[in-house]
Design a binder for this molecule. Structure first.
Ligand SMILES: Cc1cc2nc3c(=O)[nH]c(=O)nc-3n(C[C@H](O)[C@H](O)[C@H](O)COP(=O)(O)OP(=O)(O)OC[C@H]3O[C@@H](n4cnc5c(N)ncnc54)[C@H](O)[C@@H]3O)c2cc1C
Length: 366
């Protein structure tokens, strides 16, 4: 590989937002697209519940249901929540008007999108890290490091941050970021001890003093159970230790019943789940997509859908820029409006729980 390569658009991050930006650009323009991904996509991916509207977005970027492997996409038949009282009710009546939900096999979904982007013309650099970004009037110069092949440079007209919640590129470029909370998820994957027993497509939420628990059956014969709480509570109660996390789990009323005859051999994983927004409007030839531009509390199940819709809008802003110099500012304004509406709706969700007014978790949200 030559030491310097050139492209029209460089996307940092090969998650759903990065791959969808590439697919959208490749479908609706002749622009040359490259994607940098720091991992080899073998790491555990979490977040799997999507609404049926996802398929319209996927259709727009050229992905069909037939592109999914068998059993990597399952309808969620039952979605329940004990939120606001210990009584279980249908989650749809509380949180959403969208009735049809699906559970994705996230590893397969992310890999499928990235593979499609590569097959349709994007050049993908896996296991590659960004070292430095510089911008002149005409182009970005990005210094990169591949795990085994060493250092190289990419020159690109446009740069896109699709690096997820850490907004890696935005932070490096000093883009203003507003963070709204310190929500984290701490969870594990489970399977039935009797491996022949079928997993039920069930989702259950249960609020507790320190946050809320989430249980879901997944497409790959697994289940996930996680506690959403604040990072300060994880630290104070040492919840990353299996025994402390399990003790909180054993105090639940409903979630613990879902775990009969299951086992997990892994220590709980911890993931950031905070809400934030990046304001990229003022930077020329630069955009952020997906979690990098705005991240949402997973209670909203908005993340994956937003990753793909923001990707479609970002691609359109780039394609239309030749005829309208305001497309990037309009893109950011649209993101700001979505985020404002999200914050209002989120407050309504959390206001439905009033049983723990002295708890630090609920005080911050009510
Ligand atoms: C616990 C939890 C549960 C969730 N549940 C749901 C749910 O049920 N439904 C839903 O819709 N959403 C859910 N989400 C949110 C959803 O997972 C995200 O919104 C979605 O993954 C965003 O996609 P993305 O491509 O923007 O970011 P990511 O999926 O985070 O992808 C970013 C990619 O960029 C790569 N990267 C990062 N930094 C660099 C770098 N410097 N250089 C190169 N590559 C880099 C990463 O390796 C990664 O592959 C959940 C999130 C969490 C934490």
């Amino acid at each position: 590989m030559p030491n310097t390569v050139e492209t029209d658009v460089l996307i940092v991050g090969g998650g759903p937002a990065g791959s969808s930006t590439a697919l959208s650009l490749l479908k609706y323009s002749n622009l040359k697209v490259m994607i940098i991904e720091q991992n080899d996509l073998n790491s555990i991916r979490v977040g799997e519940q999507v609404n049926a509207s996802l398929f319209d977005l996927l259709d727009y970027i050229g992905i069909n249901k037939s592109d999914f492997e068998e059993n990597s996409l399952l309808p969620g038949y039952s979605s329940l929540a004990a939120w606001g009282s210990s009584h279980i009710s249908s989650r749809h009546s509380i949180f959403s008007t969208q009735v049809d939900s699906f559970q994705l096999d996230r590893e397969h979904f992310d890999l499928m999108l990235l593979k499609q982007a590569s097959e349709k013309g994007a050049i993908v650099f896996p296991r590659t890290k960004c070292i430095d970004f510089k911008q002149t009037d005409t182009a970005w110069t990005i210094e990169l490091r591949h795990e085994t092949r060493g250092d190289f440079t990419i020159k690109s007209t446009y740069l896109i941050d699709a690096s997820g919640r850490q907004s890696h590129v935005c932070r490096k470029l000093g883009i203003p970021i507003e963070k709204y909370d310190d929500l984290v998820a701490i969870g594990t994957f489970l399977h039935f001890k009797d491996t022949k027993r079928a997993i039920k497509q069930e989702i259950l939420l249960e609020t507790v003093e320190d946050g809320w628990w989430y249980f879901a059956g997944l497409p790959n014969q697994e289940m996930v159970v996680s506690l959403f709480t604040d990072s300060a509570i994880v630290k104070e109660k040492q919840l990353q230790k299996t025994e402390n996390w399990s003790e909180l789990l054993s105090n639940t009323v409903h979630i613990k019943k879902m775990l009969a005859n299951t086992s997990s051999n892994a220590k709980p994983w911890v993931r950031n789940a905070f809400s934030h927004i990046s304001n990229v409007g003022a930077k020329s030839n630069f955009l952020a997509v997906g979690d990098a531009v705005a991240s949402f509390d997973p209670i909203s199940s908005m993340g994956i859908g937003f990753a793909i819709s923001s990707a479609c809008h970002a691609a359109k802003a780039i394609i239309d820029k030749a005829n309208d110099s305001n497309t990037f500012l309009n893109y950011q304004e649209n993101i700001n409006a979505i985020f404002k509406h999200y914050l209002e709706t989120k407050t309504l969700f959390y206001d439905r729980e009033n049983r723990w007014n002295d708890s630090s978790f609920w005080k911050k949200r009510n």
